[in-house]
Design a binder for this molecule. Structure first.
Ligand code: 5GP
Ligand code: ZN
Length: 131
């Protein structure tokens, strides 16, 4: 059983922001910022690594549409589009989804910072990443 599949099947109610044959976008129950939306494929995949190309690309297209809605209709100044893949990355629902998080300014309730970490040998990093 999957809570997002139950939402897609209308077994659990949701507030639909955008929908087409492949994707469903609904208001996130937690509303990290005003208009926080989750975009999911209608087909069940655990995460972005397991999903098929069409589901991923349709989700990204829908995330762009929802981002436009946030900026044009909610007057967001920017948007974070975020995917958590795996428990370590913060994924709590094992059905692929993208968060669309409208941003309103420094005082909104999400803080994402890219802090400098240990210096790395970039050639070694590249070699390992490419396998
Ligand atoms: P994750 O942590 O897996 O990236 O995000 C899961 C998101 O799903 C959370 O932000 C959480 O608030 C949202 N969520 C969990 N259950 C429900 C639900 O029943 N309805 C809605 N609309 N959102 C949910
Ligand atoms: Zn599912």
């Amino acid at each position: 059983m999957c809570i997002f599949c139950d939402i897609i099947d209308h077994k659990i109610p949701s507030r639909v922001v955008y929908e087409n044959d492949d994707v469903l976008a609904i208001l996130d129950i937690s509303q990290v910022t005003y208009g926080h939306t989750i975009v999911m494929p209608k087909k069940h995949f655990r995460n972005i690594l397991e999903a098929d190309d069409k589901s991923v690309s349709e989700c990204i297209k829908a995330a762009r549409i929802v981002s436009g809605m946030a900026v044009n209709n909610c007057h967001a100044k920017g948007v974070n589009v975020l995917n958590n893949c795996g428990e370590t990355a913060g994924q709590t629902v094992d059905h692929l989804h993208f968060h669309v998080i409208p941003r309103y300014g420094r005082n909104d309730s999400i803080h994402i910072s890219f802090n400098p970490s240990e210096k790395q040998d970039l050639d070694a990093v590249l070699a390992m990443l490419k396998g």
